[in-house]
Design a protein around this ligand. Structure first.
Ligand SMILES: [Zn+2]
Length: 323
């Protein structure tokens, strides 16, 4: 549908995300800080079908995402793709019954064992997270956001369904429509065991999942930071003008370099502390260095530094992989 009017986006409103037009037929759904999307999605007009990359953390925002797709591109089949297995990126998928879901083989393998309704242990896990949240030292705005997210997750547990991808790929897959072609690509795991991103060559646009955060701390602790840096370099070589990050506002290629520098800075701090004789189990985390001290999701900083210490310790406190 060429010439999608910007006004159709403006007529749509959700408390969970705001729609941002990127190109003619490509929109980002940027998670609001007090809503229940938590992560960003990207909506793409393929022509005959609508592609949605990442489906938010749950059924509330997922339902609005489906409404947004219809408001933007009309009633027609919707195809989903998910970037990785973390809960905040795909638990809205259940609001798209009958839609195919693309994802990497690695993501499917992680989600298959937890497919269907959540286990009883999950409720206990979220309730303990909620208690732990009150004990953490956090900016109040972030505490309020997590409280809202955890409570909503507990509330929606009786209806939640985890749906693994049913269309998998190992390197890339292309979806062709009359308006554009979309590529789903993985260069392996960096942020998680397997990370995919969406590349829209004719729009010079990438949706990166959690491989990129913009002015938000990325989460290192479930991945491989050295591989992550390599993945960012390969993505940069594709050439694009804008990136929809997993968290934060729409950015550009410079934001991939910023995430790379963030990883390097934290690795360097860990190396320096260990070289000075710090015990990885008790080594100080220290204040968040500038410019990262102004970033959102600050609780991830401490988790990231602890992860890097643990990792160095498990490698015999030897040097981290070379830059
Ligand atoms: Zn993630």
């Amino acid at each position: 549908m060429p010439g999608t009017p910007a006004g159709s986006a403006l007529r749509f409103a959700s408390p969970h995300f705001r729609l941002e037009r990127l190109t003619d037929g490509v929109f980002a759904a940027i998670a609001t800080r007090d809503g229940l999307a938590l992560s960003n999605s990207t909506l793409v007009d393929l022509g005959e079908e609508t592609l949605i990359f990442d489906t938010t953390m749950g059924p509330d925002a997922g339902a609005d995402l489906r409404r947004a797709a219809r408001a933007l591109f009309g009633e027609r089949p919707i195809v989903l793709a998910i970037s990785h297995y973390h809960w905040d990126h795909h638990r809205g998928s259940q609001q798209f019954p009958g839609s195919r879901i693309f994802g990497t083989l690695g993501t499917r393998e992680k989600l298959l064992p937890v497919a269907g309704p959540p286990t009883g242990e999950e409720r206990a896990m979220w309730e303990s997270e909620l208690l732990e949240l009150e004990r953490q030292e956090l900016p109040e705005a972030e505490r309020a956001m997590w409280r809202n997210v955890f409570r909503a997750t507990i509330r929606t547990l009786p209806q939640l369904q985890t749906i693994p991808p049913d269309r998998t790929f190992e390197e890339s897959v292309e979806l062709h429509g009359s308006n554009r072609s979309a590529r789903l690509v993985t260069f392996g795991g960096g942020h998680s065991i397997s990370d995919a991103f969406l590349h829209l060559p004719s729009d010079r646009t990438v949706a990166a999942g959690d491989l990129v955060s913009v002015r938000c701390h990325p989460s290192l602790g479930d991945g491989d930071p050295a591989r992550w840096r390599g993945i960012l370099d390969r993505m940069l070589a594709l050439g694009f003008d804008r990136v929809v990050p997993g968290h934060g506002d729409v950015g550009g290629p410079e934001d991939l370099r910023t995430v790379r520098e963030y990883i390097e800075t934290l690795e360097e701090r860990t190396r320096t502390a260990l070289a000075a004789g710090a015990d990885p189990a008790t080594a100080a985390i220290g204040p968040v260095p500038a410019p990262y001290d102004a970033w959102w999701l600050r609780s991830l900083f401490e988790q990231n530094v602890r992860f890097l210490y643990r990792r160095a310790a498990s490698e015999g406190a030897g040097p981290l992989p070379p830059k």
